[in-house]
Design a protein. Structure first.
Length: 72
């Protein structure tokens, strides 16, 4: 029997700097699964960020937060 290896990566969110686990090998268990973003935001994200964002940032963007976190 062949065992399937699921790809999991530890990443840093390029928007907020938080660490998170990305489960690209099993999207149903990934932290981003089920998040719905407003129309057009995904294209804007792809031009701004080269990698995955954490669930917190994705949820904020889903509620209309700006792509960039305001500087403190």
């Amino acid at each position: 029997m062949t065992q399937i290896q699921c790809k999991h990566e530890y990443k840093t969110c390029p928007r907020c700097g938080a660490g998170f686990e990305c489960k690209t090998g099993n999207i149903l268990q990934c932290q981003c699964y089920g998040i719905v973003l407003p129309e057009g935001i995904q294209q804007k994200m792809e031009t701004r960020y080269r990698d995955c964002l954490c669930r917190h940032c994705l949820e904020e963007l889903g509620r209309g937060a700006p792509l960039n976190i305001p500087a403190e």
